[in-house]
Write a protein of this length. Structure first.
Length: 518
């Protein structure tokens, strides 16, 4: 029985001892329990991190395969450190970027590469943000788990069961993903086989079509040669022209050497334009030769809308220019600029010689009549112009070299001239442009050359046609009229005195008459 003095006895000390022992044991048990729960949480977190990293690794591998397919090189290695090897994705893509850069202006960006870089950057930012968000979420979950574990053990068991279920589901997803990848690999292999087969069939088609094109090209070449041969024969046989007269002579003043034509200001006729004058019974204007040409006139004054005064430059003594004679020049057409191409040496006066002055004279004659030279093959064999088109009216051919010159300084020029003329001639044929001689062109435009004089020491004769000896027996006799010029004083026509000066010189000073001998 306890003492009544109130002092603690053995019972009190025993009670205090057991209470302290219980507290100590409780604290120790709590510390071991907390260490255990923290270890379990760390293990769970590590397992989750491993699962997330495995899933991310598989996803990254899928993305690499996807990128390889998207770049068009699924069968190549990436070649991370091999940028110069075209057999790697790295090298092939860099080569493509470099090739594309060469085709762009220096200031232009490489669109596809920039878009790919931005896409990869955005994806990296998204993955980093997702990872950060997951880490924050995992931290919050870990706090909640720690708090729940401190309250109830049952919650720990529930989470363990949930973890087991999640691992099982992850394994099932991995297995399913492997099956999908295997199926896609099989499809890729099949597609590659189909592409190889299509390439082989395409190559066979290309070879077959190439052979057919070669056959067609040879056939076209044969037909072109046949067409050229037929065209040349027709030009020699049929002297056909589709040109029309530009106007007619309305009246003539033979005394003063003047004529009036039915063209004027309304026709946009300009002073200085020259016309050839044809006989009324001509076989067509613009035909080869000058058999139907009886003279030439030059516009000196525009009288009215459809009236112009002209100076008679030349005319036949036996068939003078008269009323209603047709006039024609290929250099002028109302409201239209006529274009011509010239090839070869230019001999304007028919003396068998050519010079830079005569070529300049040709330019002056064409421009003064409103025409334009779109192509010119000069004496050095240089082609000035962009080639003959359907807008070219005539290809006018002067004298071409025969390749017998022994002067080394002129051999190259003559060779170039023959080569360039062949190209111009082919262009004329392909575009349906008529080819004429320089002499016919000058006759058609009514050009009258200056009088040629014989000087002592010159031993070249005029190219006389009338009275010229035949080259062989039974030769067909054609036009043998002289192309040489004689003065009016000995031309068989008397000079007509002019009571009142009209401002025009007489025939004695007109530079000769090409048509008097007709």
């Amino acid at each position: 029985m306890a003492s009544s003095t109130g002092k603690p006895g053995a019972v009190h000390f025993a009670l205090i001892f057991f209470v302290m022992l219980s507290v100590i044991l409780g604290v120790v048990a709590y510390m071991y329990y907390k260490e255990y729960t923290d270890g379990v949480a760390v293990v769970n977190k590590e397992r989750q991190n491993v699962a997330v990293k495995a899933k991310a690794l598989k996803k990254a591998d899928s993305e690499v395969q996807l990128l390889k397919r998207l770049t068009g090189y699924p069968e190549l290695e990436v070649g991370l450190n091999d940028a110069t090897n075209p057999d790697t994705v790295h090298g092939a893509v860099l080569a493509q970027i470099q090739n594309l850069s060469k085709e762009l202006a220096p200031a232009s960006p490489i669109d596809d590469a920039a878009k790919l870089a931005r896409e990869l950057h955005q994806r990296l930012v998204s993955i980093t943000k997702t990872s950060s968000d997951r880490e924050v979420a995992n931290t919050a979950i870990d706090g909640r788990i720690s708090k729940i574990n401190a309250e109830k053990q049952k919650i720990v068991d529930d989470h363990l069961a949930a973890k087991t279920t999640a691992e099982k589901r992850t394994e099932e997803n991995v297995t399913e993903h492997a099956k999908i990848v295997q199926t896609k690999d099989a499809n890729i292999t099949q597609l590659q086989s189909e592409v190889t087969t299509e390439k082989r069939l395409h190559q066979e088609d290309v070879s077959r079509l190439t052979a057919q094109l070669d056959e067609k090209a040879q056939e076209v070449e044969r037909l072109t040669k046949l067409n050229v041969l037929i065209q040349d024969k027709l030009e020699k046989i049929d002297n056909v022209s589709f040109e029309k007269p530009d106007g007619v002579i309305r009246t003539v003043d033979q005394q003063n050497g003047l004529a009036w034509i039915n063209l004027g200001s309304s026709d946009r006729l300009t002073r200085g334009t020259t016309f050839s004058v044809y006989t009324k019974d001509n076989l067509g204007v613009g035909r080869r030769g000058a058999e139907d040409i009886k003279g030439a006139i030059e516009v000196t004054r525009i009288v009215g809308p459809h009236m112009a005064e002209c100076r008679i430059l030349d005319q036949s003594h036996y068939a003078p220019i008269s009323k209603n004679d047709p006039i024609y020049t290929p250099l002028w057409e109302a409201g239209r600029e006529m274009r011509f191409s010239f090839a070869g040496y230019i001999d304007m006066d028919g003396d068998g010689r050519h010079s830079a002055a005569e070529r300049k004279l040709l330019h002056d004659v064409v421009s003064s009549n409103g025409g334009k030279i779109d192509n010119e093959l000069n004496d050095e064999g240089e082609l000035i112009g962009k080639g003959i088109t359907v807008h070219t009216k005539f290809l006018v051919i002067g004298t071409l070299p025969e390749g017998q010159n022994t002067d080394p300084g002129k051999v190259k020029a003559e060779t170039d001239m023959r080569k360039q003329f062949k190209e111009l001639n082919n262009q004329a044929r392909m575009n349906g442009v008529r080819r004429i001689s320089l002499s016919d062109f000058l006759s058609w435009i009514g050009y009258v050359p200056k009088q040629r004089l014989w000087r002592p020491g010159e031993n070249y004769p005029f190219k006389l046609k009338s009275g010229a000896a035949s080259g062989s027996t039974d030769e067909t006799i054609g036009d043998r009229s002289s192309s040489g010029q004689v003065t009016g004083a000995v031309g068989g026509r008397k000079a007509i005195e002019q009571p009142v000066s009209s401002g025009q010189t007489s025939g004695l000073f007109g530079g000769g008459n090409r048509y008097r001998g007709r």
